[in-house]
Design a protein around this ligand. Structure first.
Ligand code: FO1
Length: 320
């Protein structure tokens, strides 16, 4: 079975571990969000690609869900000693090596997709990891300017890491998305897929950003195969992260049914909500999206594998 998964960072990577356990013989292609990418110290950092690569490759810092296990921060401390910031983004020594290799290969003219393939040759994640595009896309967030009356745009990482998403987001803009082209292999993977899954990643800044690359949403909608998603919102709150802040920015309520409707029945065929949200199943089905309520907390591999199995079962029901 060929499965395509649109993945963001931590939630997407943890879901993939469960999917690989539930469908060990599946051929899984991950289309990774690159809107979180940030250029720091002359290096290109790709948080969501690295979180998938490290998580499935066995190098992730498990509790954080990002960065490497067993990290040290000598380079970060030396940079700070030179007064070179930003200090709020915690890049570890091992992680720096990934960004140095990536930036070196980009500088030699390799596209991000080739670079990602090369990095994955070391990590062997067990899936094909494709960036959504080889073009530069960086999500920015519009906030109130603390120094003045107006508003200003900050990089997503500054909003999420430095500001801890503590101020309202008035808009979320994937800068560059409208000129971006799907990376090589992306549209082909979607066309060849037997099922497409939206893991419990952030529906705005992760899955939403991938869908913002021209051609991707249409390819999925036209693929003619089941598209099944798992709600990142449980009991009107995100399980992790700040999805509620960015959902508000795009005028979507932080509820399991609002997110399904946000994706829309033109794209989504099936939607899994947590048992605490069983009350919305009827409403989601009325919107033309098949819906089931099951436990959605990825507490361990077994629980996550059960969620993934349920998503594949729902896909078969939808296929009819
Ligand atoms: N998240 C934090 O909350 N604090 C950090 O200092 C931080 C550093 C960092 C470095 C590399 C990397 O790949 C990810 C990092 N993240 C950090 C997580 C990152 O902000 C998120 O993983 C994604 O951008 C959102 O999914």
């Amino acid at each position: 079975m060929r499965i395509v998964v649109l993945a963001g960072g931590i939630g997407g990577a943890r879901f993939l571990r469960g999917l690989m356990s539930a469908a060990p013989d599946a051929d899984i292609t991950v289309i990774g969000n690159t809107g979180d990418d940030i250029h720091l110290f002359g290096l290109k950092v790709c948080p969501d690609l690295d979180t998938v690569m490290y998580t499935l490759g066995g190098g992730i810092h498990e509790e954080q869900g990002w960065g490497r296990a067993g990290e040290t921060f000598a380079v970060k401390e030396e940079l700070a000693a030179y007064g070179v910031g930003p200090e709020w983004f915690g890049l570890g020594d091992r992680d720096f090596a990934t960004h140095i290799v990536r930036t070196q290969m980009l500088g030699a003219g390799y596209p991000l997709s080739a670079v990602t393939e090369a990095l994955c040759a070391r990590w062997q994640p067990g899936v094909r990891l494709l960036p959504m595009t080889d073009d530069r896309v960086e999500t920015h967030v519009l906030i109130d300017d603390p120094e003045g009356e107006g508003r200003k745009a900050v990089h997503f990482q500054e909003y999420w890491v430095r500001l801890r998403a503590s101020v309202p987001a008035h808009a979320v803009v994937p800068v560059g998305a409208d000129q971006a082209k799907p990376a090589p292999g992306v549209l082909e993977a979607i066309a060849d897929a037997d099922v497409v899954l939206f893991p419990p990643s952030n529906p705005v800044v992760s899955v939403g950003t991938i869908l913002a690359v021209p051609g991707v949403r249409e390819a999925i909608a036209d693929a003619g195969v089941p598209v099944v998603g798992l709600s990142p919102i449980v009991g009107d709150a995100p399980v992790r992260g700040m999805a509620d802040k960015v959902l508000a920015a795009v005028g979507v309520e932080s509820t399991a049914d609002a997110v399904a409707k946000h994706y829309g029945s033109g794209l989504l065929d099936g939607w899994l909500v947590d048992t605490v949200d069983a009350g919305v199943v009827e409403e989601v089905e009325a919107a033309g999206i098949r819906c089931r309520a099951i436990p959605l907390m990825m507490t361990d591999l077994k629980a996550t594998a059960a969620m993934a199995a349920e998503a594949l079962t729902l896909a078969e029901e939808v296929r009819g």
